[in-house]
Write a protein of this length. Sequence first.
Lengths: 254, 261, 281
Amino acid sequence: MSLLTVEGLGKSYTADKQILKNINFEIKAGEFVSIIGPSGAGKSTMLRCINRMVEFNEGNILFNQQDVGSLNKKGLRKLRTNIGMVFQHYNLVPRLTVIENVLHGRFGYKTTFQGLLGRYTEEEKERAFYLLEKLGIHEHAYKRCDQLSGGQQQRVGICRALIQEPKLVLCDEPIASLDPNSSKIIMDHLKSISTEMGITCLVNLHQVEVAQHYSDRIIGLNNGEIVFNGTAYELTQEKINHIYGTKTKDLIIA
Amino acid sequence: MNEKTMRKHRWQSGIFLLILIVLTYLSSAITTFNFMEGMATIPEAMGWIFSNLLVSQESFEKLPKILEKLAETIFMSIAATTIAAVVSLFLGVLGSNTTKVNNFLSVFARFIASVSRNIPVVAWSLILLISFGQNSVTGFLALFAGTVGFLTRAFIESIDEASQSSVEALTATGATYFQIVGKAVIPQCLPQMISWVLFMVETNIRNATLVGILTGTGIGYTFDMYYKMLNYNVVALITLCIVITVIIVDLISNYVRKVIL
Amino acid sequence: MEATYIKRKKDGRIHIMSGNKGDIVLKWTIIILAILTVVAFLFFNYAGLELGSAIRETAYNLKVMFLEPTLNHFDLGEAFYQIGITLGLAFLATIIGAVIAFFLSLMTAANLAPVWVSRTVRVFVAIIRAVPTVLWVLIFAIAAGLGSEAAILGMLFHSIAYLVKAFSEAFEEVDKGIFEALRSTGANWWHIVKSGVLPSTFTYLLSWTFLRFEINFGVAVAMGAAAGAGGIGFELFMASSFYFDLREVGFITYSILIIAFLLEVISTRLKKRYFPATTTK
């Protein structure tokens, strides 16, 4: 059963330049899908259209049989609680503790006042600690986030997404600012999220090898269009060149 | 860097220097300021200060009265700053690009801030004095009006700088606007904001002296009175009291700043 | 089977705050400021205050000021001349202050001066800063007589204090590598300042100087009003406290506002261009 269906998605900020053109794909529940492509291909924008952090101009997105484009404010909030998001720069509140940052993921389930007063139930706090322990950063729970390393901060970011109890996690370049060691830890955790918890993952990646190693399926994006959609096995060197097209050619000629 | 750009650079510096000299000359002419004479008065003034501006035994009798007025001034400054900080927090949130509700309110908040900041405290004091009379409230309101403008600008800058990324993350979790502002933006900017508030308390104690002279309140009024009575011993004592107060406030706020930032 | 890393309150609920020193100090700073504010309102001297009528009158006065501005006691040319005086006072205090501050800050920057010199200058600057500008002007006025000399000297003190702080911080941010490179070529202290420090900080220094000019304009207005230093501030004082002419007060306020807006626009541009990431005091 497909969790996410994207049909004819198009996005442009100005009339003359289209960031995304006629994007079509489907994602099944529990899949781990990577999106690769050169910088500026529209990967980030595409990811953000799915939870409408960016408003799209054309096409439809169906998430869990719901038409994302037509949601009102309240519906959109509900949608976003069902979709977790992980960012390249972690996007934590640096002065707050790790545990507070994780609990921020519960805001979508609360009224404004409950959220403002910081009224979290004991179950939520227990759950937060459970997740921190699962990602191996429970000893840092009371530290301020800016005292942690990049890899640790990213794990806090993942906990914040998971405590939302999402059906889908969107990851925007989750390892682009990390060293190889931390990158591996983060990717392993993301993979286990999809295999053990059955949460669907949609990950923007820079590194083709990482995508090939972890993904059930890979989508290649170039210049706002999908140019590849298949398994890691089907992604041959020729296809990679096609995705990164002009750039590789330029390199060879230069 | 080739020779041509170097020469152009040098040429530009020359012009710039020339403009500065012309402006200095014009300013001296219009204000009838004589540079040499001005410089010559410095040693003279210093000599006068050290021989006349001394705290004498009998001036100490005035100390309780002075301290009372000083306390009034300090309270006036703190009250004006904190109340202004609360107002500025709202204006700052409305005005910042990260957290604005809509463009109209953002421009409106910035406009209020700009007007209140650019009308000098002196003008506020004089305008308010006419109807509020000689009392603390006049001084309080004059300081308040100027502080709102300054703090709003500072808060807008802090918010703009600090929080774009966490705002994005919290929006993505489905948090409401107030949750985002209250739980991501404000905790993030609070130390910076408090630092500005402390800076403003200190500034306002100094400004309160000026406002006091104009509105006849607080330590400024006392200073002005003894100044006009030519009682320089008391003037010296008052100045000393102000200096000590400002330095203490400065030390406290530096300590707080060091711990919270 | 309780994990030890979870901190609980006495009633068994889980803590989520870190409770570190910074947060505690922050909390208490806010609480103390709030208490002092409440106390302040109890202590205020409310002599002769009738809030209701005062607010109504002020509203009316503001309306007259801003909607019917006119000049009665002097003409437009005179207004320009007075604004010129105020700008002149501000400019002189700034430019002389900048020159003096430049040399003082060379003595203050931790990477250019010995520690004891730097400390001495800093203490000296802190004391200067603690005396309000208006007191400096009035004190100088006793010795030099009321007039532009007293005003400029008085304003000079704060300009120097402000710029020394800004300049020395700019110098301290100069890359250490430049020093090493120059020193290794055998350059002496003045050479290092001229070819290492100045080129990389010059635009900063200029921007800070301009920011101070913006502040000094406001100060010059105030000095005109409170210390009789002349210029548009003095006219403002006369119009409001001597002639009680609100329309003229309005006109003068508008003219000050326009100049202040212009200066602010320029300084915002400068700030965006030269220090996009820092806030300025």
